[in-house]
Design a protein around this ligand. Structure first.
Ligand code: MF3
Ligand code: CO
Length: 248
């Protein structure tokens, strides 16, 4: 069942979303060669708690940290630890915050120092796919249209579209119905309605789409070792379009 949120509920998600946005802005200046991912987790956790929220991911299904930090061939769900950021790393930070029982979820990919044009383009196009997916959203469209729009960017460039992980509804829990695939599929017959709150999150890899889970039970990496990128926003569907709830 896909729930419709009230104005008050959307406002709470938006307050959480603003905190998430600010954490992701803070990461821009915090991510530097030499800093550990554990330290980045600590900075994010402190900002979330200092702003009347709690970190959504901590203890979620037993997840041990407050944010996810995934580097290079790690796609998502990397666990912060002693690993140090290096020049040339492609760093994905995924942040969730909860305000008065309502969650918001957003992610970005950061390039540390110099990288290749090929990887720069992957990062740019993954963000472009997020906005292309968002651009078709309004009341009355099929969810599959969003999936198709996201996939079209990857197809054009020959990127791998991660299939095992998806976007999702969000609200009183981080993951609600529906699943939002990043590729065209028959399961997305759902018609969008005003007041649905959704986390849209394309995950692309430079080469093949296949993934592994590491022995830590969380970290997802590409099988071929190719770099992956990830961008995510929480939005609310409106009559005429959508509103980003994890924006400025
Ligand atoms: N932001 C992630 C997602 O939906 C959720 C991470 S859950 C955690 O995509 F348990 F790994 F923290
Ligand atoms: Co998400």
């Amino acid at each position: 069942m896909v729930s419709i949120k009230t104005k008050e509920e959307i406002e709470k998600i938006n307050i959480a979303g603003t905190v998430v946005y600010n954490v992701l802005e803070l990461m821009k200046t915090s991510i530097k060669p030499g800093i550990t991912t554990e330290k980045l987790n600590e900075i994010a956790d402190k900002y979330i708690r200092d702003n009347k929220c709690t970190p959504s991911f901590l203890n979620y299904d037993g997840y041990p940290k407050s944010v996810c930090i995934s580097i290079n061939d790690e796609v998502v769900h990397g666990i912060p630890g002693k690993r140090k950021i290096k020049n040339g790393d492609i760093v994905k930070v995924d942040v969730g915050a909860c305000y008065k029982g309502y969650h918001a979820d957003s992610a970005r990919t950061y390039i540390v120092g110099k990288t290749t044009n090929e990887i720069k383009e992957l990062v740019e196009n993954t963000e472009k796919a997020l906005y292309k997916g968002l651009s078709v959203i309004k009341e009355g469209i099929k969810l599959n249209e969003v999936s198709k729009a996201i996939e079209s960017v990857a197809k054009e460039k020959g990127y791998g579209v991660i299939r095992e992980l998806t976007g999702h509804g969000i609200g009183t829990v981080v993951h609600e119905d529906p699943y939002i695939f990043n590729y065209e599929n028959d399961e997305s017959e759902l018609i969008l309605k005003e007041g649905m709150t959704l986390a849209i999150e394309p995950m692309f890899s430079l080469k093949k789409r296949h993934i592994w889970m590491l022995e830590d039970g969380w970290t997802i990496t590409t099988q071929d070792g190719s770099v992956a990128a990830h961008f995510e926003h929480t939005i609310v569907v409106t009559k005429e379009g959508y509103k980003i709830l994890t924006g400025e």
